[in-house]
Design a protein around this ligand. Structure first.
Ligand SMILES: NC(=O)c1ccc[n+]([C@@H]2O[C@H](COP(=O)([O-])OP(=O)(O)OC[C@H]3O[C@@H](n4cnc5c(N)ncnc54)[C@H](OP(=O)(O)O)[C@@H]3O)[C@@H](O)[C@H]2O)c1
Length: 282
């Protein structure tokens, strides 16, 4: 049995779908089972990564775990999961981390939180694999409101290029790693196929949606205020802005061959992602 945490989120939901399609037995951990809307074949269990007893219960009969945790609680949530996993029958944990943890000079919050989680995982004695993606294509969903209302994308760091990745490709790598041997002690850097600026992505969205869109660069302070106005907690907004500031560094535009090497299929382009997500911008 494979336990997936973060199963109702962007990557977790895609992973659950792919594992179910492949016929793998899947259990999903969520704080809100009643609204999880996961496939019937999934064993949906109530649990919270803050609550070790709920994790222990969710791990009964589980031999592999996909560990997805988010925000400032990442170090504690990862430690909680790993503490219980070492007391259960778990043999292999696959952690979704961040490409920036590999850069020792990256000391801003998100890579720091993940680095703590990675250290706990390596020290756990369990087989481990770390998936370290660059930015998600799904971050473009944050532009949906202003695309709908103003035909405009507002974003900071206009010159930054990111080889962003489709959540389905992260999920495909995770499914491969969870269901085939040979991935112990591996850290896989993951990227999409093309480094794109926000203006490039805006042009692709305009094409896909068949309507003209404007791209407007905003200063980082304005982008920070926008995050707060959407209800993002201040500590998380600071962390997101620190990460966004790295968009102009060269590592964000590096293309890694990992998705093709592990899954046998080329990673999706942003156009393919946008075509699949058309309704989200409609
Ligand atoms: N966005 C990017 O560009 C990017 C790039 C690289 C790495 N990452 C990493 O990717 C991860 C985020 O992935 P995502 O976007 O797929 O996540 P997401 O869509 O934000 O979903 C978060 C998931 O976490 C679950 N969750 C939150 N708090 C929980 C708790 N206390 N106990 C149990 N479950 C909890 C939620 O489940 P319920 O609400 O159902 O409980 C939900 O399924 C983060 O670790 C981030 O650092 C993101």
């Amino acid at each position: 049995m494979i336990l997936v945490t973060g199963a109702t989120g962007t990557v977790g939901r895609a992973l659950v779908d792919q594992l179910v399609t492949a016929g793998a037995p899947v259990r999903a951990l969520t704080r809100r089972p009643a609204t999880a809307a996961l496939p019937d074949a999934v064993d949906v269990v109530a649990g919270d990564l803050n609550d070790r007893a709920s994790i222990a219960a969710a791990l009964a009969g589980v031999d592999r775990v996909f560990l997805l945790s988010t925000g400032p609680q990442i170090p504690v949530h990862d430690a909680n999961l790993l503490h219980e996993a070492t007391r259960a029958e778990v043999t292999h944990v696959v952690k979704l981390s961040s490409a920036r943890t590999a850069d020792a000079t990256a000391t801003d919050p998100i890579p720091t939180w993940h680095r703590h989680g990675e250290e706990s995982l390596r020290a756990s004695g369990l087989d481990w694999t770390i998936l370290a993606p660059l930015g998600f294509m799904a971050n473009a969903l944050h532009w949906a409101n202003t695309i709908r209302d103003q035909n405009t994308v507002y974003a900071p760091y206009a010159s930054g290029r990111i080889a962003a990745i489709d959540e389905n490709d992260i999920a495909a790598v995770a499914a491969t790693v969870l269901t085939t041997p040979g991935h112990h002690s591996q850290t896989y850097l993951l990227s999409g196929p093309e480094p794109l600026t926000p203006a490039d992505m805006t042009a692709t969205l305009a094409d896909t949606l068949a309507k003209p869109l404007r791209f407007v660069e905003v200063d980082p302070a304005t982008a920070h205020r926008t995050l707060l106005s959407h209800g993002v907690p201040p500590r998380m907004a600071d962390a997101i802005m620190a990460l966004r500031a790295t968009a102009t560094e060269s590592f964000t535009s590096a293309i890694h061959p990992t998705v093709r090497e592990l899954t046998g299929t080329a990673p999706n382009t942003f156009r393919q992602w946008a075509t699949r997500h058309l309704a989200d911008f409609g």
